[in-house]
Design a binder for this molecule. Structure first.
Ligand code: 13P
Length: 255
């Protein structure tokens, strides 16, 4: 029997837009995708716009998420944002371990693991991002790097701890570069990621966990990626900033 995994597509707006633009984009995403029940759609606006975008998405099927969180609950941590703050502005989801957090801000495997636990404890649904760098792929270490990142993040957790987990495979060499992984490249890593999750958390969980691909996804490449057995969704950066392109990507699921 083919497992039923509802596809999930996220728009990671990164550090883009003004408040007015973010509100407009939130409304446009809602107008275009609220009734598209074939796919679960999520948006990840910058921190200052979360509440306002959340208001535009109120009572809709579009999920609101943050791009990062801090591990402490509160205190003297200038510039940081806690899980409780995210929940209080209406977030249900959060990205954990995005490659830009890992490679621009220096979030290591241990910190990513800690953030994952803090998100879960606050009731946020995590999208755990993993992915190899170009030199790691060229050295033949793709599977090993992704397995290491997964193992570090999931260590000590059980399937029931991470029920709503989504994993995003985002090869660093494909992010913001225009170099999209081929559907075959994505599929072979997704299949290995699923098998690694099976070893860590059990086959039953691995069969139902959703694994997104991210990295230079465009409307033209979305259907091919969706066509692969272990690609359960997409995490979109640049193309999620235009409602029309983002909607075309989400709708590519049934194309
Ligand atoms: P791009 O789609 O801009 O390559 O970004 C991918 C990404 O990092 C999504 O989280």
């Amino acid at each position: 029997m083919t497992p039923k995994r509802k596809p999930v597509v996220g728009g990671n707006w990164k550090m883009h837009l003004t408040l007015a633009e973010a509100q407009e984009l939130g409304s446009e995403v809602r107008n275009r995708l609220n009734s598209y029940a074939a796919v679960q759609t999520l948006v990840f606006p910058p921190f200052p716009f979360l509440h306002a975008v959340g208001q535009r998405l109120q009572d809709s099927a579009i999920g609101l998420g943050a791009q990062d969180l801090h591990v402490e609950k509160k205190g003297a941590f200038t510039g940081a944002v806690s899980a409780e703050m995210l929940v209080s502005v209406g977030c249900k989801w959060v990205l954990v371990g995005h490659s830009e957090r890992r490679h621009v801000f220096g979030d290591g495997d241990d910190l990513v693991a800690n953030k994952l636990r803090v998100a879960l404890a606050a009731g946020l649904k995590p999208v755990l991002c993993i992915g190899e760098r170009l030199q790691e792929r060229q050295a033949g270490d793709t599977f090993a790097v992704n397995r290491r990142q997964l193992r570090a993040a999931l260590h000590g957790l059980s399937a029931s701890d991470v029920q709503d987990l989504v994993v995003a495979y985002e090869p660093v060499w494909a992010i913001g570069t225009g170099l999209v992984a081929t559907p075959e490249q994505a599929q072979e890593v997704h299949a290995d990621v699923r098998s690694a999750i099976g070893e860590l958390l059990g086959i039953a969980f691995a069969t139902q966990v959703r694994i997104q691909y991210g990295g230079s996804v465009k409307p033209e490449t979305a259907a091919g990626l969706f066509g692969k057995a272990d690609v359960d969704g997409l995490l979109v950066g640049g193309a999620s900033l235009k409602a029309e392109e983002f909607a075309a990507i989400v709708r590519a699921r049934n194309a």
